[in-house]
Design a protein around this ligand. Structure first.
Ligand SMILES: NC(=O)c1ccc[n+]([C@@H]2O[C@H](COP(=O)([O-])OP(=O)(O)OC[C@H]3O[C@@H](n4cnc5c(N)ncnc54)[C@H](OP(=O)(O)O)[C@@H]3O)[C@@H](O)[C@H]2O)c1
Length: 245
């Protein structure tokens, strides 16, 4: 199950999982873009079963999730990727912005994970990958609410790892740096404006380029599947070295 599979990192992650023959339950709000992801996955492997669920994570009907899950292979992996990014100074971060970020990027993820947790416990196997951010560890100006909420997500992953281990449930975090997805307004800019922003961002990267969704997707896949079976409670920065700058 991958949340936020209708765009950016989540859509790229779905394609990587499809390439490895996994059945998929794809969650997001925009049903057209979820369908596009599903179509791309079916082109990669026509034999996998793919279900989509277009719902707001903040009002998710878990009964619908349960029904969809019954139609694919037993749930083994949860990728908590859905998220929003909003910026404002400390003084100007409204209660509404705090609540939006808290609900979408943390509490709704917690609720969905608790639902999946019961399945993992019963099956004595599960792997959870939370998509956090380098800002969780190293905030920048105008990201206080986003950074604090992501910090909570990163820290919560450790509790999942501790309490999950007796049930063979692993939990890890992937922390992207700056990745070119629709979450950033510059993603939609026309050239040459976009190029100017990219050049500026690239100067902050040790590895000179900002990330692509596929870069993060491969890391998510690594932490999700059994190749990383001895890894739990880790936080993998996928950030071109930006957190060292
Ligand atoms: N891109 C970066 O630079 C970067 C850096 C650090 C961390 N991240 C994290 O990476 C994750 C993926 O972001 P992205 O860059 O791929 O952004 P994106 O392209 O905007 O994708 C965000 C995804 O989350 C879904 N989503 C947002 N709010 C939702 C809600 N209330 N209910 C259901 N789905 C919801 C969106 O669904 P719809 O489009 O269908 O509404 C979309 O599929 C996020 O958690 C983000 O914080 C990104």
């Amino acid at each position: 199950m991958i949340t936020g599979a209708s765009s950016g990192i989540g859509a790229a992650t779905a394609k990587v999982f499809a390439g490895h023959g996994h059945d998929l339950l794809l969650l997001g709000r925009n049903s057209d873009r979820l369908e596009q992801t599903a179509l791309a996955c079916r082109k990669i492997d026509a034999n996998i079963r793919i279900k989509i669920l277009a719902q707001d994570l903040n009002a998710l009907d878990l009964k619908l999730v349960e029904e969809k899950l019954k139609t694919i292979s037993p749930l083994e992996i949860l990728v908590n990727n859905a998220g929003i990014y909003e910026q404002a100074s400390v003084a100007k971060t409204s209660s509404e912005m705090w609540e939006n970020l808290f609900h979408t990027n943390l509490l709704s993820t917690v609720k969905l994970t608790q639902f999946c947790w019961n399945i993992f416990v019963e099956n004595k196997k599960g792997s959870i990958v939370n998509v956090s951010s380098t800002l969780a560890i190293k905030p920048i100006a105008n990201t206080s609410a986003y950074s604090a909420v992501k910090a909570a997500l990163t820290n919560w992953t450790l509790s999942l790892a501790i309490e999950g281990a007796p049930f063979n449930i692993r939990a890890n975090c992937v922390s992207p740096g700056i990745v070119d997805t629709p979450i950033h307004p510059f993603h939609h800019y026309d050239e040459p404006e976009k190029k100017a922003v990219e050049d500026k961002i690239n100067r902050f990267q040790l590895l000179k380029n900002m990330g692509k969704p596929e870069d993060v997707a491969e890391s998510i896949y690594f932490l999700a599947n059994d190749k990383s079976k001895f890894i739990t409670g880790s936080n993998l920065n996928v950030d071109g070295g930006i957190s060292l700058k």
